[in-house]
Design a protein around this ligand. Structure first.
Ligand code: UDP
Length: 317
């Protein structure tokens, strides 16, 4: 297939682009390189530098694309609270430009990078796709708005859309790993301390109602996540919008993650307890039963493999 990957120079987009190239697809990456890295675009994929508003119509028009995989987005929860307008503009606004360009060009399939943040504070665990969506920040709200838009484009314009709601993505795929300028995620931050870059890990809150008092999250290996995109692509049906959670179905606490990092790195990783981070729910664990049952996906790599691969990646840089 001929595929457009928006945000293909970023962490998850680059891993998916690499898997698509390996599977024999023709891949064009559209990325403005605002947070992505040119050298993360895999060999065999062509990079077009630009925003969706500026370039999607030109790139897609009359070019025979079969589908789009849409990753390009702003993804920092804290920043979204400070600058909600930026998130509505970049996430929803740019996505609308992309969808319109698809409609005009007759490209009828899209796999979208949605998020667990669309659910907000869950009422029950594990989270099902049918659970209420009540995002607690503009990042989650803007992603939910795109899911809703996709449902409308499916109903009214016959597009086939799949939204994949990611839980906590971690790990690396060879030379493709997390390289955020502002790193907020737990595993890369802990490994950075293991590497000697900084004094101690700041553990945000140990008074949550969980067994060890720290937050529980559902970590998923970026390669398992990437594989799900290839299945989702095949599952895009014109006129239908489907939502699937993507997690491993098991939760790990912040302290458990730090322990695995100590074990993998063999380093003593000091921890200092800091206040809760605003907006962090105590437990976020996905039910991935739906994607397992309908698309035959299942996670193959555990937390240790994620930390192992992230550590190998970090040390290679
Ligand atoms: N966390 C932490 N220290 C850090 C980064 C994260 O204690 O330096 C905690 C955070 O409060 C949350 C969990 O680790 O409970 C996972 O956070 P992350 O930012 O990786 O993902 P999120 O669940 O927010 O998407």
């Amino acid at each position: 297939m001929k595929l457009l990957v928006t945000g293909g120079a970023g962490y998850i987009g680059s891993v998916v682009s690499a898997l698509l190239v390996e599977a024999g697809h023709e891949v064009v990456v559209l990325d403005d390189l605002s947070t992505g890295h040119e050298d993360a675009v895999p060999e065999g994929a062509r990079l077009v530098r630009g925003t969706m508003r500026e370039t999607a119509a030109d790139v897609l028009g009359g070019a025979g694309f079969d589908a789009v995989l849409h990753f390009a987005a702003k993804s920092l929860v804290g920043e979204s609270v400070e600058k909600p307008g930026l998130y509505w503009d970049k996430n929803l606004g740019e996505s609308l430009a992309l969808l319109e360009a698809m409609r005009v060009a007759g490209v009828r399939r899209i796999v979208f990078s949605s998020t667990a943040a669309t659910y907000g504070e869950p009422e029950s665990t594990p989270i099902l796709e049918t659970d209420p969506t009540r995002p607690t920040n503009p990042y989650g709200a803007s992603k939910l708005a795109i899911d809703t838009t996709l449902a409308e484009y499916a109903r009214l314009h016959g597009i086939g859309g799949v939204s994949l709601r990611y839980f906590n993505v971690a790990g690396a795929y060879g030379p493709l790993g997390e390289r955020h300028t502002v790193e907020t995620h737990l595993i890369p931050n802990v490994l950075r301390i293991a590497q000697g870059d900084g004094e101690s890990v700041r553990l945000f809150g140990e008074d949550y109602p969980t067994p060890d008092g720290t937050c529980i999250r559902d970590y998923i290996h970026v390669l398992d996540l990437g594989r799900a995109h290839l299945l989702a692509l095949d599952a895009c049906e014109p006129g239908r919008h489907a939502v699937y959670n993507l997690g491993s179905g098991t939760g790990s606490s912040v302290r458990e993650v730090v322990e695995v990092c100590r074990d993998v790195t063999g380093r003593d990783i000091p921890v200092e307890v800091a206040p809760r981070r605003p907006g962090d729910p105590a437990v976020l664990v996905a039910s991935s039963d739906k994607i397992q049952a309908e698309l035959g996906w299942k996670p193959e790599r555990d937390l240790r493999a994620m930390v192992d691969d992230a550590w190998t990646f970090l040390r290679s840089r």
